[in-house]
Design a protein around this ligand. Structure first.
Ligand code: ADP
Ligand code: ADP
Length: 224
């Protein structure tokens, strides 16, 4: 039983048909890379899968339920509780320390400060960035900041992490290291990962690669 399924999803922005019929499945705990040229619809499908965008046609299923049939409030609760997000630029809160940034999702769900910061500290150590725990994101390097963003996405142990070009702003060696740590930490927690990337080296870190072209995926499972 797939955790997430896109079935013949279409989406247009004005005259631009971003998705012409994309279908794929994400299984619990697997790391799936969406790859293909710029403009081929990868990000749009990621936004549909994560409930940020509503498709024009087709269906997105999460855990056997139709995402489109959920109300806005139910979908945002799902995003908060079951999904984690990593973006190209970390989007960390600049006024908070890295430790406080990672603890924030737990604090918002009512976990006491001490316990939240203890978990955050453990996750920062797992991602090999304990040294920036007490610093603000602006004092961390790009690679360190992305590891902090990965820790923040993982702290609630989501069912799925959505990562849209998370290494786009890093050099390829740093980027690959961040992805390897993301994949290892997600696997330890049983979180699935849906990773958008146009870099082959990054896609190679996934369990499966789906290639996009002109708004649709060519094949649902290129490698395993
Ligand atoms: P990729 O992630 O593969 O680079 P995208 O899904 O970002 O592709 O974009 C697919 C197409 O849809 C592109 O032509 C892009 O310009 C267009 N597009 C994506 N989002 C929007 C938007 N919000 N408004 C208008 N056009 C968009
Ligand atoms: P990516 O590199 O991940 O494809 P882009 O830089 O193309 O992302 O787009 C970043 C954001 O802008 C996305 O949320 C996307 O939906 C939106 N976007 C992309 N293309 C357009 C467009 N032509 N018009 C308006 N918004 C767009």
């Amino acid at each position: 039983q797939p955790l997430l399924a896109a079935d013949d999803v279409t989406k247009s922005f004005g005259a631009t048909q971003a998705l012409t019929g994309a279908s794929l499945q994400v299984f619990p705990g697997e790391v799936l890379a969406l790859t293909g040229p710029s403009g081929s619809g990868k990000s749009t499908l990621l936004h549909c899968l994560s409930g940020i965008l509503r498709p024009d046609g087709g269906r997105i299923g999460y855990d056997g339920r139709d995402l489109g049939a959920l109300g806005d409030r139910e979908r945002s609760a799902l995003r908060r509780n079951a999904f984690g997000f990593v973006f190209q630029f970390g989007q960390l809160v600049p006024e908070l320390t890295c430790l406080e940034n990672v603890a924030l999702p737990l604090r918002l769900s009512g976990v006491r400060r001490r316990r939240a910061e203890q978990s955050a500290g453990e996750l920062l150590a797992r991602l090999q960035v304990s040294d920036v725990a007490g610093k603000r994101p602006g004092q961390a390097s790009g690679g360190q900041a992305q590891r902090v963003a990965v820790a923040r996405a993982l702290i609630t142990t989501p069912r799925v992490i959505f990562a849209d070009e998370p290494t786009g702003a890093l050099d390829s060696r740093n980027g690959e290291q961040v992805i390897r740590l993301l994949v290892a930490a997600a696997k330890e927690r049983g979180s699935a990962v849906v990773l958008v990337t146009h870099e082959d080296r990054i896609a190679a870190c996934a369990d499966r690669v789906v290639v996009f072209h002109d708004g649709a995926n060519l094949d649902a499972a290129v490698t395993r």
